[in-house]
Design a protein around this ligand. Structure first.
Ligand code: CP
Length: 317
């Protein structure tokens, strides 16, 4: 594994999950793998889980970590080729990425979508500019279109909690007051397409995701039908994809409630967090015995550590 900016970069999911499970059972077994190596964590957007779990994963491997909030601590970056830099952008990505590569052996970046410029967001232009100009491996800490480290933690969690060989997993849209990106659902869908699960997506009409991502998955607008006999309910809001970045509905009827969970096969409740209580999911579900969101967040460390281990091994070849 050279870079990890998409679920598509996983060449062998079973091998990666086995590695993550081994790491979880003994996180310090490989504590010199990253000795004298530095991980640079660059954030254009806020984070709690991704920042802390990736730092912890790096520490478990003996890596140094440098973390920077590029949006307010660094120079404002220019990404356009040939730009006349007479405005507010002080540094070009060409120099910035090469300079950061002098200090870091792996660069990890969080850069959310604009949700206004669909073409640029779909190009994943910030993360791909780092891939283009950095001389070291690049990891996505959530880009405009994907959150692959989250998806590795998600499937690891499903594997730990499943009670049948091929569980039914439902990704349900849920209401939210703000326009949210498509990265988490996109990566989760891609991951479910790789996994041995019976997968259903449910959302209100008009909330279709990128058809290139959903093309192999079952989609229904009937949430209650989707919930029937489910083993896992994964709730997530996303803004409109076709009417890009718009909120068409905040339909409270789509909130995950105990009544809806009663339709399932005592499904486990999942969410990537942070989650808006009593908007996305009711307190009773989130605080209930079948909520596994904290275990899911814990698995972020082992997912990140597995990916870092694979990249360090690739670089030492
Ligand atoms: N799930 C997730 O990525 O959380 P943070 O935004 O807090 O990193």
């Amino acid at each position: 594994m050279k870079h990890f900016t998409s679920v598509n970069h996983i060449d062998d999911l079973d091998e990666l999950l086995l590695l993550a499970k081994q790491i979880k059972s003994n996180p310090y077994a490989n504590k010199t793998a990253g000795e004298n190596k530095t991980l640079g964590l660059l954030f254009f957007n806020p984070s709690l889980r991704t920042r802390l779990s990736t730092q912890k994963a790096a520490a478990n491997l003996g890596m140094n970590c440098i973390t920077m909030n590029l949006n307010n601590e660094g120079w404002s970056l220019e990404f356009e080729d040939g730009a006349v830099m007479d405005g507010d952008k002080a540094e070009h990505i060409k120099e910035a990425a090469q300079v950061i590569s002098q200090y870091c052996d792996i660069i990890a970046i969080r850069s959310f979508p604009s949700l206004t410029d669909k073409e640029k967001d779909e190009e994943e232009h910030v993360i791909n500019a780092f891939v283009q100009y950095a001389s070291v491996p690049v990891i996505s800490l959530e880009g405009a279109t994907e959150h692959p480290l989250q998806a590795v933690a998600d499937i690891l969690t499903i594997q730990e909690y499943k009670t049948t060989q091929k569980p039914k997993v439902v990704l349900t849209w849920a209401p939210h007051p703000k326009a949210l990106p498509h990265a988490v659902p996109n990566s989760f869908i891609k991951m479910m397409q790789l996994a041995n699960v019976d997968f259903v997506i449910t959302h209100p009409e008009g909330y279709e995701l990128n058809p290139e991502v959903t093309k192999n998955s079952t989609v229904t607008h009937n949430q209650e039908e989707a919930f029937k006999d489910a083993d896992f309910i994964y709730a997530k809001n996303w803004s409109n994809y076709n009417d890009y970045g718009q909120i068409l509905s905040q339909d409270a009827a789509w909130m995950v409630t105990p009544e809806k969970m009663a339709l399932t096969k005592q499904a486990k409740f999942m969410h990537c967090l942070p989650v808006r209580r009593n908007q996305v999911v009711s307190d009773a579900v989130l605080d209930g015995a079948d909520s596994i969101v904290i275990s899911q967040a814990n698995n972020r460390t082992y997912a990140a550590q597995a990916v870092l281990t694979k990249i360090l091994a690739h670089e030492s070849q």
